[in-house]
Design a protein around this ligand. Structure first.
Ligand code: COA
Length: 160
């Protein structure tokens, strides 16, 4: 059974979306929430990845490029979530770490994300707050830069 990161299969989308149901379901029924996720233009524009442990997709996230006013050569990571029955086993951390390593190796200049949770979770993965002046309430824009010699613009992308 394999362990590690891979692109999600379309057949897994329901289980991936349900990983975020508690956080983003907004009181909707699961059926309505799934329908909205499937119809989401935002979700259709990204690429979903999962962390697989012993054959089970346990954690997921989406990667965006050329969207939301992201600086050129940079990626956006969003919707990081773990299955309810697999929380606190390090899976989301490993998924974020592996996607960051892969994007860094493939030449990305940086990765942006919006942390809706305590930013410390992402700081442990090397991300830092983009600036002291954060325009959005309840979320922190963070960035992981791969080239210290040429700093990224201090621009904050649109929330994604
Ligand atoms: C946040 C989340 C992805 C973490 O997944 P996970 O696989 O359990 O994460 P890991 O096992 O790698 O790391 C666990 C650590 O994450 C941190 N963490 C988890 N949930 C957190 C939260 N709501 N706020 C702040 N930190 C949190 C804690 O430091 C935790 O360590 P602890 O168990 O010692 O307290 C998961 O709780 C989840 O799916 N939440 C709902 C969706 C969500 O809010 N995603 C974040 C969007 S920015």
């Amino acid at each position: 059974m394999s362990t590690g990161i891979r692109k999600a299969r379309r057949s897994e989308w329901d289980e991936i979306f349900l990983m975020g149901y508690e956080a983003w379901g907004d009181g909707d029924t699961k059926e309505l929430y799934l329908k909205e996720c499937h119809e989401s233009e935002k979700y259709q524009q990204g690429v979903w990845y999962v962390y697989e442990s012993e054959g089970i997709a346990v954690s997921s996230l989406i990667v965006y490029q050329n969207l939301f006013n992201l600086p050129e050569g940079c990626f956006g990571v969003g919707s990081v979530a773990t299955r309810d029955d697999q929380l606190r086993k390090g899976y989301a951390s490993r998924l974020v770490k592996e996607i960051s390593d892969n994007l860094g190796k493939s030449g990305a200049k940086g990765i942006y994300l919006f942390s809706d949770i305590d930013p410390e979770f992402y700081r442990r993965q090397g991300f830092e707050s983009v600036s002291a002046n954060q325009p959005y309430k309840d979320t922190t824009c963070m960035v992981l830069s791969f080239n210290n010699k040429s700093p990224l613009p201090l621009q904050i992308p649109q929330y994604f």
